[in-house]
Ligand binder design. Structure first.
Ligand code: GLV
Ligand code: MN
Length: 213
């Protein structure tokens, strides 16, 4: 009897447990009304009578991002907040610009897997599994990579010229957790002793790192 109940519970819940990506769309499109409050991370639709061709095209990834910062990188997002037409479609894209030696620092996306293609330059792409295995490769234009959902990854320009990557996500709003700022640039701060215990360093070292952010 217990086995039967267990079987029924697992069988009935399976479709819900496996529903890991954004929900499937119920309409042809639902261009987000960004002035309305989102529910479950989707926005209500703009009235169809106000939708034009312009809603379905986005030039936000055309322009080079400004990489004059301490990482030498810039991520330009084409998520639902930038490109409202992806609302309810479960997809989005980013452009990553990297100056020579620039780094898109280790981060993860809690709501999406990422695939990407190097458009320009030579880029070291790496990610780490939950078992601490590091996978990496240097890619040249036309080569593609994939980062499984939630895993920590980075891209570093290892060529002499600027590099560009276009990345695609199976979420309209993948979210990003940047390891360095998640730990050292929070508001309010994570207590120094928590970080010194975490990294097995003294508190001065923690404060030294924090002061860089
Ligand atoms: C690259 O990893 C990106 O998240 O845009
Ligand atoms: Mn990423």
């Amino acid at each position: 009897m217990a086995a039967l109940v267990l079987y029924l519970v697992v069988f009935l819940l399976a479709p819900f447990l496996s529903h890991a990506a954004d929900p499937d769309p119920l309409l042809d499109f639902c261009v987000a009304d960004l002035n309305a409050s989102p529910s479950f991370a989707s926005f209500p639709c703009k009235p169809t009578s106000n939708v034009t061709s312009e809603d379905f095209f986005f030039d936000g990834l055309m322009n080079e991002g400004n990489t004059s910062n301490s990482f030498g990188s810039m991520v330009t997002s084409g998520n639902v907040l930038a490109f409202p037409a992806v609302n309810m479609l479960g997809i989005s894209m980013n452009r990553v610009d990297l100056s020579p030696n620039g780094l898109n620092p280790p981060h993860s996306h809690p709501r999406a897997s990422e695939s990407g293609v190097v458009m320009k330059g030579r880029v070291l792409v790496g990610f780490v599994t939950t078992g601490n295995v590091y996978y990496s490769k240097v890619l040249v234009p036309g080569q593609m990579f994939v980062i499984p959902r939630g895993l920590v990854h980075f891209q570093k320009n290892v060529g002499g010229d600027k590099a560009v990557i276009i990345a695609a996500f199976n979420s309209q709003n993948p979210g990003v957790v940047r390891l360095s700022s998640t730990l050292f640039d929070t508001n309010p701060s994570i207590p120094d002793d928590v970080l010194s215990q975490t990294f097995l360093v003294d508190r001065n070292t923690v404060e030294g790192i924090r002061s860089n952010f």
